[in-house]
Each structure stands twice: as structure tokens, then as C-alpha cells.
Design a protein around this ligand. Structure first.
Ligand code: FUC
Length: 768
């Protein structure tokens, strides 16, 4: 018995070590990060950190997701509605400049701009004795959510591990030496906020910050446990003659909700630190890894491996540009997207903003807030399909809050019921039009985001969610549009005005995208009302409007028209391609019911060209997947993997990836890190129409592979493999007991399922 137990333990240890050694799911480098875009991200949804892995000095730059500029504020512009008709009339008369001007004066958010996400501070570690070193290695192990740095000085190996624990709500750093008593280092917290101070106690340092001119304050504390000696030296805590030290880093703010900032940051910060007292690094790490695995391990993707993971990740990107045949980099990138989602968006946290939760700048690009004319939505594209449904919860919470603030904006700006969200929101849930009327006047943020609620239902078939949370918000979003749409004097169609086609061409009447979004929302509401057996009168009102909303139109160049009038410029290379919303993420336009519109969409996409910012490239992967052209989608993957120098912050130069695989907008913007994985999966499985389609847009560069735990609408979870471009085996788990409609090439299979049961099929989708 005892022998058996020993054997079992040995097997367990060996297999764990083998797991940890597996390099496929690692980003790794042979030198420290010199810039932020080389540093590696960890996060627990609330706290995020960028780890530089320096030798004589390490920098761990950290964030707490609720530290923003500003204070609770209702951004609505009282009385804006009095100018609505005049703005509409100016557009009818073709006086766009005058319409912009009047809207700037009378219609925009108060204040005009929303607030910004802030960095919190830095934890610096100083190792003055570590100058000459060898065997340097740093990595981000995304299958365990641990970042490691190691090197050798004077024949001693020094190692650091850092993780962001969701169960313990801390960043925890383990510093160790493999020879007893050889670890000497100092640490210090710091911040760039004008108002910041440090207090150094016994084995504890506390950093206080206050955001300039705003309501938010933060406290961070680092507590040290070590087998060495602790000495306070000026602003540093020094650790001497140790073998190891564990640093527990906690941070909190006074933010309670978008209306309430009465929290006590010190008490909160201390609570997390106190709760970790007596817990060893090992214990915290085990709880962290098992929490992370619960989400991460549900899905896997194997596209083959040709050994390029032996190259540092930045060099691997360079190599991909020369020889784009590194399938395990594509799998790594897909899983990295899932890693970033689990690290940036967990139940009870804020949703992932433009930079997830990782931001170093007091003046971040676009405020690192929530832009909802593509970016925030894209952040959540992989959530349902790659089996991370719970990670979308913060987005639903944001929607619920915007549906509160958006009521006043609907009333004050449009005299309408329901709620509306324009193209941006922030921590304070601003919903009014911001920045400039030439792009801020766009009413479809609420409609697009509501789509995510419906999609959550389609994937999970969670009826309680649909009844209690999704439908009420969808209904009120639709209520707004039902009162806002007006009859176009020229065509008689119902159109959206004033609005714009993000962010192309300024304020107009009747951009195609709005109509696609509103029509889809109406259709979802009608279906939901039917399922819930409610609101039949409202459903028929929407049904009547659906048939009157301006339709998709094909223009003079065979393109899908971006606007009501046929004025598209075939030379226009704008990064936004909003009128293709109807093919993705919408499904208004598809090969089954509207092939001629699909052709027109393809023409528009060809005119726009492949180049773009990070998210634009990522969206195009999804478009080409929906157009069923996997090889063209693969061309976009190549651009997404284009290595962008960490110095490059000019978005007009085109997107790609930074050395740490962060999406280069440029500068860094996280949307592409989520949009591209969603697109990669969209090449392998689609379920937006009446069937689940397997390998619908498989690129010839990915002939062999296996995907497991991928989700499809209808409450299904699938695993399947392919070889030489042909489907091999399929397993379907039915989570909702619905009839399954599968399609692979010319093969079609329909079968009834029972909830909780697995179904096996062969490569021609015959049930086994
Ligand atoms: C929209 C885009 C920009 C950028 C910003 C955050 O304004 O047009 O490219 O992504 O959002």
C-alpha cells in the first residue's frame, strides 16, 4: 500500500513537472524587458501587473482596476432634445458642418470628455550585487498563470515567481536562491501620482495615492515574509542573508460603485493582506493554479508544432514573417487571449477596458476606457465560444449600469423612453455623446452590447438569465430605437439619424451599421419575447418596424453601401469597416439567405484592403472566416503577428504584435488580443446560422489539428480533430438537451440529444 502511494506521488510529481516544463503554452525571452511592451502581464481581474524581469533591478508595474480620474457624474446634457430636430433637418439639407457645429454646442456630453484609467504604482526590487549574470530566462507560463525570471550569479541560481491570485486577491512574489543565505535584496513601492506617500513599518510598506483632481484614492501595501533578516533602510525594506522571501502585494481604492466612492481603501487593502497571513507561497500558488485551471483547462487547441517554441517569443514573431508555418504560435496566441481574459475580467470585477487592466500612463491612449463602437465588444468575442462564459459577467454588469445612466440620456437628448449608450463609457458609466459630434454622435452602443446578452443566452440556453437579466435590458434598448428612428423623407424607410458610421465620414442620417444592429436587436427581442411568452404587443410593434428599416444595399461598385446613399469611395482604406457588421458579429447577411449581399460585403472588404490597426486586422480575420475564405483569413493572421517595435505608437503605421504579444494598435490596445483568437476559432467552427458548421474556413496552412471544449450556440460543447484538411472524429456534449444540427462540407446530421450526454461521430459525421 505504502509503495503504491509512493509510486502515485512520484507519478504525480513527474507529470506536474512535465506539465510545467511544457513550453508550448509559454511566452519566453532570453533577456529582461527594456520597455513596457516587453514586460509580461499577470492579473486577477482586479489587480494587474507588468513584470519586467530585470536583474539588478526589477520593476513590477501594477494597476487596480477602479483607480480612474473623475468622480460620480451624470454626463447627460439637459435640454439637448430641443436641438434634435434642427440637427436632423440640417442633415436632410446636406449641411453636415452646421450639424456638427450645432451638436457641439448643444448636444454633447457634460463635460465633453470622459475620464481616464490610471496606473497605481510600481514595486521595485533592487539586487545591487547582481551585475554579472548568466543563464537568464524569463517566461510567462499561461497554462499556470505564473511569470518566472531566473539567472545565475556566482554559481547561485536566483529565481522569482509572480502570480495574481483571484482567491486571495493579491499579487504574490516569491524570490529565492538555490544556496542558503545568499539572497540579499531591497524593495520599495513608488508611484507617479502627484499626490503619493510612503510609510515603512516592520516588514510592511504602505503606498498612498490620490488621483489628481478626482475622487479616488488608493492604498497599496507590501508585506514581506522571509527566513532572512529584515532591515528598514530609508525608504527601502532590505532582506539580508535569506534563502527566500515572499512578498504579498495588496491594493484597493475607495470606489464602491459608479455612484459611490465612500469605501475605505486602507481597510480593504489591509483585509486582503491580513487574510493571507500564515499562508505560505505554496498554499497560495496551489489555490491560484486550481482556480485558474477551472477556467483555462476547459478548452484546448492543438494545431501541430514544428519546434519553433525553442525560439524566444519575439524572435518567433520575426521568423513567422519569413516562414509563416508556426501553427503552435497560432494556438499559443489563441490561448493567450483566453489567459488575458481570465486575468482581466472575472466575476465581480470591472470589464476589460481598452488595455484590459494593464496601463502605465497617467494619460493613457484613448483614456484606456471603454470604446463601444468596436473595442469593448471585440474584447468579449472569445468569451462564449472558448468556454469562458463567466468572464463576460463584468460586461453584463456594465450594461446594467449603463442601462441606468442611459435612461436620462435617452430622455434628455432624444425625448425617448428606454436607454441609450453612445460610442464610449467609463468607470462612471457615461452614456452621452463625447469628444466631437463628428464621431461621438452614434447611438448604437446600447444595441450592439445588448447583442452580447442575447448571444450569452444562445450559447448557454440559460432561461433564467434571459428572463431576469437579458430581456429587460434588450427590451429597453429596443424601446429607445423604436421611438428614435424616423422616416426618411427621400425613401420612406425608417432610418437612424443623427448618427455616423464609426468613425468614417462624420455625422449622417442612416448609416448601414446602425440599421443592421437595430434590426438584429429587434429580431432578438421578438424571439426572446416568444420564448418567454411575454410582450406580444411590443413584439408586433418591432416586427412592423423591422420591415420598414432601411435595408442593406448594393452600390455602384458592387460594394455593400456604408451609407444610405451610394457614396462609398473604393479607395477608402479606413480601419473601421462598420457596415460589415451584418456579416460579423451580426448574421443579417449570410451565404444561406443573402449570397448577393455576401458578395457585396466581400467587395467592400477587398476595397478596404488587409492593412489596419490591431483590432481592424482581428476583425478582418472574422470577416474572412464568415466569408468562408480561410486562406485570406490566414493572411490577416500573418499581419497580426507582424512584430511591432515597442517604441512604435503610431497607429497610422498599421497594427501587429509587440514582443510580449500584446496587440499593437499601435500603441497597445488589447482588443486585437481577443478579436484574433475569436477569428481563429471562427475558421474552425461557426454556429450563427441554423447549423453548427465544422471546419467552415480551414486555411490550407493548418491541415492537421484538434480542438476541445469549444462551445456552439444551442448549448453544445464540441471536440473534434482533422487530418490532411479532413475531419476525423467529433464528440458533442449536449448541455441543454436541444436537437443538434451539424454540418461538415456536404454532410448534414440532425439528431436529438439529452442534456448531459456525449455523442460521438466519425469524419462524415455519422453517429457512432
Ligand atoms: C476608436 C478607434 C480607434 C481606437 C479607439 C480606442 O476610436 O477608431 O482606432 O481603437 O477607438
Amino acid at each position: 500500500m505504502k509503495n503504491l502511494l509512493t509510486l502515485a506521488i512520484i507519478i504525480l510529481v513527474v507529470s506536474c513537472t512535465a506539465q510545467e516544463e511544457k513550453s508550448e503554452l509559454k511566452l519566453w525571452y532570453d533577456r529582461p524587458a527594456e520597455t513596457w511592451n516587453e514586460a509580461l502581464p499577470v492579473g486577477n481581474g482586479r489587480l494587474g501587473a507588468m513584470v519586467f524581469g530585470g536583474v539588478s533591478q526589477d520593476r513590477i508595474q501594477f494597476n487596480e482596476e477602479t483607480l480612474w480620474t473623475g468622480a460620480p457624474n451624470d454626463y447627460a446634457h439637459e435640454g439637448a432634445v430641443n436641438y434634435l430636430e434642427e440637427i436632423r433637418q440640417l442633415l436632410v439639407e446636406g449641411k453636415q458642418d452646421k450639424a456638427h457645429e450645432l451638436a457641439m454646442k448643444e448636444f454633447m456630453s457634460i463635460p465633453l470628455n470622459q475620464k481616464e484609467y490610471q496606473p497605481f504604482g510600481d514595486l521595485f526590487l533592487y539586487f545591487p550585487e547582481h551585475v554579472e549574470y548568466s543563464d537568464y530566462h524569463r517566461e510567462l507560463d499561461i497554462s499556470h498563470a505564473i511569470c518566472r525570471t531566473s539567472y545565475v550569479v556566482n554559481e547561485v541560481q536566483y529565481s522569482r515567481e509572480i502570480l495574481a491570485s483571484y482567491p486571495d486577491q493579491l499579487l504574490v512574489i516569491r524570490v529565492s536562491a538555490d544556496k542558503k543565505g545568499t539572497l540579499n535584496f531591497a524593495l520599495k513601492l513608488g508611484a507617479e501620482h502627484k499626490e503619493s506617500s510612503l510609510e515603512t513599518l516592520d516588514g510592511l510598506q504602505v503606498l498612498s495615492v490620490a488621483v489628481e483632481g478626482g475622487a479616488l484614492k488608493g492604498r497599496a501595501g507590501v508585506r514581506v515574509e522571509t527566513d532572512g533578516r529584515l532591515v528598514n533602510e530609508g525608504d527601502n525594506i532590505s532582506i539580508k542573508g535569506a534563502s527566500s522571501a515572499t512578498l504579498y502585494l495588496s491594493a484597493a481604492t475607495n470606489f464602491v460603485s459608479y455612484q459611490d466612492v465612500s469605501g475605505d481603501p486602507l481597510a480593504r487593502m489591509e483585509t486582503y493582506l491580513e487574510e493571507s497571513r500564515g499562508k505560505s507561497f505554496k498554499e497560495i500558488k496551489e489555490a491560484h493554479v486550481s482556480d485558474f485551471h477551472r477556467l483555462f483547462n476547459r478548452f484546448s487547441l492543438d494545431l501541430g508544432n514544428n519546434g519553433r517554441d525553442s525560439l524566444p517569443t519575439n524572435q518567433r514573431l520575426l521568423k513567422f514573417a519569413e516562414a509563416p508555418d508556426d501553427p503552435s504560435l497560432i494556438a499559443l496566441y489563441t490561448q493567450y487571449g483566453r489567459y488575458l481574459m481570465i486575468s482581466a475580467s472575472r466575476e465581480g470585477t470591472q470589464p476589460a477596458n481598452l488595455q484590459g487592466i494593464w496601463n502605465k500612463d497617467l494619460k493613457p491612449a484613448w483614456g484606456s476606457k471603454y470604446t463601444v463602437n468596436i473595442n469593448t465588444e471585440m474584447n468579449y468575442w472569445p468569451a462564449e465560444v472558448t468556454n469562458l462564459s463567466e468572464c463576460a459577467e463584468p460586461l453584463f454588469k456594465l450594461l446594467e449600469e449603463c442601462a441606468e445612466t442611459g435612461v436620462n440620456v435617452a430622455r434628455e437628448h432624444y425625448g425617448a423612453d428606454g436607454w441609450v449608450l453612445h460610442h464610449n463609457t467609463d468607470l462612471w458609466r457615461g452614456t452621452a455623446p463625447i469628444n466631437h459630434s463628428n464621431h461621438g454622435m452614434w447611438v448604437s452602443g446600447s444595441g450592439w452590447l445588448s447583442h452580447h446578452l442575447w448571444e450569452h443566452y444562445l450559447f448557454t440556453r440559460d432561461l433564467d438569465f434571459l428572463r431576469d437579466r437579458a430581456y429587460p435590458l434588450m427590451r429597453e434598448a429596443a424601446t429607445f430605437y423604436s421611438q428614435y428612428l424616423v422616416e426618411d423623407p427621400g425613401t420612406g424607410w425608417l432610418i437612424s439619424t443623427p448618427s455616423n458610421s464609426p468613425e468614417n465620414g462624420g455625422m449622417v442620417a442612416g448609416p448601414t451599421m446602425d440599421h443592421q444592429i437595430i434590426r438584429s436587436l429587434y429580431q432578438a427581442c421578438i424571439e426572446a419575447a416568444g420564448i418567454l411568452d411575454t410582450d406580444s404587443e411590443f413584439a408586433s410593434l418591432l416586427q412592423d418596424q423591422v420591415s420598414r428599416i432601411a435595408p442593406n444595399q448594393i452600390g455602384q461598385y458592387g460594394q455593400l453601401q456604408e451609407w444610405l446613399e451610394d457614396v462609398d469611395d473604393p479607395e477608402n482604406k479606413h480601419r473601421h469597416i462598420s457596415h460589415l457588421w451584418g456579416i460579423h458579429p451580426g448574421k443579417d447577411i449570410n451565404w444561406e439567405s443573402s449570397p448577393e449581399l455576401m458578395e457585396a460585403a466581400r467587395q467592400s472588404l477587398l476595397f478596404r484592403g488587409d492593412e489596419g490597426t490591431g483590432w481592424s486586422l482581428a476583425w478582418k480575420i472574422n470577416f474572412w472566416a464568415r466569408l468562408l475564405d480561410g486562406d485570406h483569413a490566414y493572411e490577416l493572421i500573418k499581419l497580426q503577428f507582424r512584430l511591432v517595435s515597442s517604441e512604435n505608437t503610431n497607429y497610422m503605421g498599421g497594427g501587429g504584435s509587440y514582443p510580449n504579444l500584446f496587440d499593437a494598435h499601435p500603441p497597445f490596445q488589447i482588443d486585437g488580443n481577443f478579436g484574433a483568437p475569436a477569428g481563429i476559432v471562427e475558421m474552425l467552427i461557426q454556429s450563427h446560422l441554423s447549423t453548427i458548421d465544422l471546419l467552415p474556413a480551414l486555411p490550407s496552412a493548418l491541415p492537421d489539428g484538434k480542438i476541445s471544449g469549444v462551445c456552439a450556440r444551442g448549448g453544445f460543447e464540441l471536440s473534434f480533430s482533422w487530418k490532411d484538411g479532413k475531419l476525423q472524429e467529433v464528440e458533442v456534449l449536449s448541455k441543454a438537451g436541444e436537437t443538434c444540427y451539424l454540418r461538415y462540407g456536404d454532410h448534414f446530421r440532425e439528431f436529438k440529444t439529452e442534456k448531459g450526454k456525449f455523442y460521438k461521430l466519425d469524419g462524415e459525421i455519422n453517429l457512432q
